[in-house]
Design a protein around this ligand. Sequence first.
Ligand code: SF4
Length: 376
Amino acid sequence: MTVIDDRLNAIRGAAPRKPHNARTLAALAANPGCRRRTLMDAAGVNKALIADRLGYGMTVGQMSSIALARGKSFEAQVKAEGGNDLLRLLRLHLDLPTAQAHYHDLNPADDDDRISARLRRSQRALEEAARASDPVGTMFDHPILQLTMNGVRVHIEPDLIAFKFGDRFHIVEIKSFPIVDGVADSGKVAAAAQQAAVYVLAMREMLQTAGLSPELVSHEVILVCPRDFSNQPVAELVDVRKPLASLRRHLTRMESIDTLLPILPPSLTFDLVLDATGQPTRSPDDLAASVAQVSARYSPDCLQSCELAGVCRAEANGTVPVLGRVVREELGGIDSIAEAIALATGGRVPDDSQREAARLLRTAYQMRQQALEAMR
Ligand code: SF4
């Protein structure tokens, strides 16, 4: 265990580590300037518990138990009998000449199967396949992947299949939202593509670390969904080059944990001090003071992707960032909404850094006044 691991464990406290998944990684990368989330995610802090203790509990991206059960049963159906249904779809989309494919089960062997042991097994299996010249298709069910984010290696446990055919790996994502008449919910497809991009990047990183070409992993992922609300699976090829490029860009902009930790108070912790029954005993005021020691970068997008959104929104109340990223960028140099209003209405003289934004605000304010006059 490194010094950084020790420090991150102390920051998390006694609570179990909350592992990353592709959704959390994609969301983290989408707000690379937020130190609060960067730190909490690197330390494996359960942000939902922190928000709950501070009185702002909210659920993010959680499916109902019915949707969850439906998703699991659809996935089990697609993977049944060594992936028979899946193989039929792969033959359609990848022109597989073979009638059969190997099925390599990388699911946990039992409850004690540790994630590090599963990562090693997955790495071995995928690297062996990458080196083999065997043209036969092989499905790797539920491999553990690893990705470096802000200087920390995080494990990802995707519910997916990596399929190797010829010299290419394809990520196969099984989702339970329907494709109706060939069209799926664009937001859900975009979210699936973002998650798949995380897997593509993680697999490429893994192969590269082993001295293999990252290009062995295709940017075309196979999305498998139910057709027309039935249980009949249908597949579409999705090109994830765009989300992949955006993910890479965001990852390079993220502050490294190595540089973040030294500027934080040495005693900082988000430990909830659980009692024997698992109930938090730390006072909300004390916890809030610790949370406030790490700067955040709130935007309304946080409401869709971060469990701390209620906390950060309340903290940012009255500031320009609550109006969204576009407004924040347009009003660079202006911190509060009250200041923006004062500049727009002429109640305040702009300083040099605010002059351009103030001109836009005054123009917008005058146009609004004229429009209101015309409506009278
Ligand atoms: S809600 Fe707060 S902690 Fe989460 S990403 Fe937004 S600003 Fe950062």
